[in-house]
Design a protein around this ligand. Structure first.
Ligand code: ARG
Length: 596
């Protein structure tokens, strides 16, 4: 373990200088000079202390274990504690740092209260929607281009909860990356090919209606598909479906034109519904695009000696280490046609050629983990090194989502259900009357409820869906976030925005004000964590805490009835809290409401 006395060349003096411009990112870099460590190493070592129920001991803490070379956790305790004490003793307080103390393995810094208020508020209000993302934490992260594939429903089939989860998770990842300055291609890879289109084609000839296809394509195609599936028991229908699909594969003009109508009308409706969710795509791709290209993939696999034929005539790729077929993937049917994975191979190669991106992300349920593992393994065997930059972001199962009418079949069912439930809640809370557009407000609040329920845990965990839990107005829910935002907004409406230059920060010294300020200070770290593991839960719990702290402060630090000086300072504090709350909510895919 490195001795701190050796690292601390500048002594207390230099550290204080670093703290002089104390914002956390500056602090990190300054300390890095004192400690003779690259700033990246300090990113994780120094952090704003989380605000919990109990008040915080300090504003920032430096973790000794993470700046020393030997930082395995089992060597924590006596050695590190002593180091922390030694370091704390050597550092002196000054105009910026008002208190330095040692904790178990940490050195804690408390910043001069007025400076804390001034600097945090200045930064939040100046940076606006860029607060946090401009942090030094991200300065060493190169700007990259990512293709993010998400949602990807199957035409004529159910849009199940897994598709909804993929939609909101993918949207969140895309929002976060864009906010951090990366280039993002949002891609929807539709299930728009395969035998089901043979059946659908025949079904449409029997039960279809062109008018209904135009007005409500998703519903109509689904109904036709259900009907024809019942009828498909008989051999004749099966044969007709096979013929239809064969014609489709041979690009027969009439057949293709009907299929194209199914696809185009469906996309139009998807776009309309995604808009209600606040989601858009840059590209609607789909399995159909890769019918021809999968043939090329099979040729490539053959040329590389990777394609093996089984006795049954199917084509497989051996994925086992010992080449004993203990693990393999089937890439070709016995009639020579391609499979889901073959189309994905072609799609991945095409995506990389077309977009030349730094990363490719697929967002689906964990039931497809095996599929993506195989996909990446085959690409690797084919010699595509960029497969290292492909990632499957998977999520767990959601159980028990039902609407009053029964099973969820369409995305729109969920949106309508959450809106009507929320409207009902608002009506019983008697707030609806004064709202300009209650339907729209109910929808935005309801969506926040769904998103927060979904994002609260690790994405990989399964959870039991509950309308009641999601829609509670108190506690850790999206409704509570929206409510807090609306309240803070109406405060501004009532009293007007405050210019920071006009306020006296000495008025913000109550513990409840300090807690809000300390919490605002941590926003960049939370963004950083989510950007590293792509888990929204860090941001969710941050925003919930922010809302709780703001709610408490709103109660104990009234604006109305206070002296003008006090009122102005408090308004400024609430304005900053609302700004960060709104930023975070937008990243999660929530549209903050201004009244409810
Ligand atoms: N359409 C698929 C399904 O509903 C999801 C597609 C996932 N993406 C992919 N490239 N395979 O299960």
């Amino acid at each position: 373990m490195r001795e701190f006395s050796g690292i601390l060349r500048g002594g207390g003096e230099a550290l204080s200088k670093a703290l002089l411009i104390f914002l956390v990112f500056v602090l990190r870099c300054g300390l890095s000079k004192v400690l003779d460590l690259p700033p990246e190493n300090l990113i994780k070592s120094i952090s704003a202390v989380p605000v919990s129920k109990k008040r915080r001991v300090a504003d920032f803490q430096l973790s000794i274990a993470s700046v020393t070379e030997d930082s395995s956790s089992d060597c924590l305790a006596p050695g590190l504690h002593l180091q922390a004490q030694k370091l704390a003793e050597r550092l002196k307080c000054d105009a910026v740092v008002s208190e330095i103390s040692a904790g178990p393995g940490t050195v804690n810094f408390t910043i001069n209260r007025e400076l804390l208020a001034k600097t945090v508020l200045q930064q939040v209000l100046k940076d606006g929607s860029e607060y946090g993302v401009k942090s030094e934490l991200f300065s060493t992260v190169p700007k990259q281009k990512a293709v993010i594939e998400f949602s990807s429903p199957n035409i004529a089939k159910k849009f199940h909860i897994g598709h909804l989860r993929s939609t909101i998770v993918g949207n969140f990842i895309a929002n976060l990356k864009v906010a951090l300055g990366h280039e993002v291609i949002r891609m929807n890879y539709l299930g728009d090919w395969g035998m089901q289109f043979g059946l659908l084609g025949v079904g449409f000839q029997l039960f279809g209606n062109k008018e209904k296809l135009k007005t409500s394509p998703l519903q109509h195609l689904f109904e036709v598909y259900v009907q024809i599936n019942k009828a498909a028991e008989d051999e004749n229908t099966k044969k007709l479906a096979k013929d239809f699909f064969r014609k489709l594969e041979e690009h027969d003009e009439q057949t293709l034109s009907l299929w194209k109508q199914f696809r185009d009308f469906s996309i139009d409706e998807y776009i309309r519904i995604y808009k209600r969710l606040g989601v858009h795509f840059d590209e609607y791709s789909g399995e159909s695009f890769y019918q021809e290209k999968s043939k090329e993939v099979l040729k490539m696999l053959e040329n590389k000696g990777l394609l093996q034929k089984t006795i049954k005539g199917t084509g497989i790729v051996d994925l086992s280490e010992k080449k004993d077929l203990s693990s393999f993937s089937t890439v070709m049917r016995s009639d020579g046609t391609s499979l889901y994975i073959t189309r994905d191979l072609a799609a991945a190669i095409d995506r990389m050629n077309k977009h030349n991106c730094d990363s490719m992300i697929y967002v689906t349920g964990k039931s497809q983990s095996n599929h993506f593992q195989h996909l990446f393994q085959i690409l690797k065997l084919m010699g595509y090194d960029w497969v290292e930059r492909c990632q499957h972001v998977s999520f767990g199962l959601v159980q028990g989502m039902k609407t009053r009418r029964g099973e969820v079949i369409f995305l729109e069912d969920v949106l309508n259900e959450v809106r009507s439930r929320m409207l009902q809640n608002m009506a019983s809370a008697k707030t609806t009357k004064e709202i300009e557009d209650p339907m729209e407000t109910a929808e935005k609040v309801g969506l926040a409820a769904l998103i927060i329920q979904d994002f609260q845990g690790l994405l990989s965990s399964d959870y039991q869906f509950s309308w009641d839990r999601a829609l509670q107005s108190r506690g850790d829910t999206g409704v509570f976030l929206q409510y807090t935002h609306a309240r803070l907004h109406s405060l501004e409406q009532m009293h007007g925005n405050e210019q920071l230059t006009h306020i006296n920060v000495a008025c913000l010294q109550e513990p409840d004000a300090i807690s809000v300020l300390q919490h605002l200070l941590r926003y960049d770290e939370v963004l950083y964590r989510s950007s590293q593991d792509l888990q929204p839960k860090h941001i969710v719990s941050y925003l919930l805490t922010l809302s709780h702290l703001a709610a408490v402060a709103h109660k104990t630090l009234p604006v109305k009835g206070s002296t003008p000086e006090l009122a102005q300072a408090r308004l400024c504090l609430f304005q900053a809290a609302r700004s960060v709350l709104a930023n975070g909510m937008k990243l999660l895919g929530i549209t903050p409401v201004t009244q409810m």
